[in-house]
Design a protein around this ligand. Sequence first.
Ligand code: NDP
Ligand code: 8X3
Length: 249
Amino acid sequence: MTRTVLITGATAGIGEAAAERFVAAGWHVVVTGRRESRLRALVERLGPDRAHGAAFDVRDAAARDAALDALPAPFAAIDLLVNNAGLALGTRPAQESDLGQWQTMVETNIGAVIALTHKLLPGLIARRGGIINLSSVAATYPYSGGNVYGATKAFVTQFSLGLRADLHGTGVRVTSIEPGMVETEFTLVRTGGDQAASDALYQGAVPMTADDIAATLLWVAELPPHLNINRLELMPVNQSFAGFQVARP
Ligand code: NDP
Ligand code: 8X3
């Protein structure tokens, strides 16, 4: 039987690539995001018989619930939730950061993830489905300017592990995917639209691609049902770790 995946944040980057991968593998996909025209184009490309677009801001509880409650057959029975929509805002140290940006990251990367998970859990349990959450290497390795973004992703990782514990015996699988540098619109969003800064970050680094992560998501989703990947950390070969810093004032 055809399975259905709901992918949040599919108007760009990892979510869009994942929608393409899942449809190519025979899944039905529900794609979400705020940019309606991009969703329309994506559904057109994937085929309206395979893909359904639902445009809403994941932070808006009323819009979110209305969109999910209105999903038409055959898209209404979700087997897999991919909590992918998310963002980083700002690269400055905490003492120079904007509180509004911090709150946006918390509402998007944490608030929406827990709300969507809570809403879809009964159906996921009934169908012995799965949840894949997009965390980050920033959940594990702190870096200057990563402050609240890294903390939101640490929440995502720990929430994923906690869900695993709670869902013990239900057959529902939960995975935290923790990528390093992936070339998407992520840095453009983080820098407030600075294309030059985004290009400079990825230039010559051979970063991972959105499709690299999409292929990983599909692989995790299609593993035999007795197997659960708890956490999976990925980096480009050209990215690794830096040492501790020491101040000598
Ligand atoms: P992109 O900026 O390319 O895509 C982000 C997606 O999230 C877009 O489709 C955007 O849609 C959606 N989104 C953001 N805010 C909202 C909102 N309030 N409501 C609805 N949708 C929203 O970034 P990536 O593809 O790189 O990021 C996807 C996930 O992967 C994120 O959770 C990110 O933290 C994580 N990640 C990314 C890494 C990277 O290096 N790129 C590394 C590790 C993790 P729209 O704007 O249309 O609403
Ligand atoms: C995105 C990866 O290293 O920019 O989560 O925080 S990083």
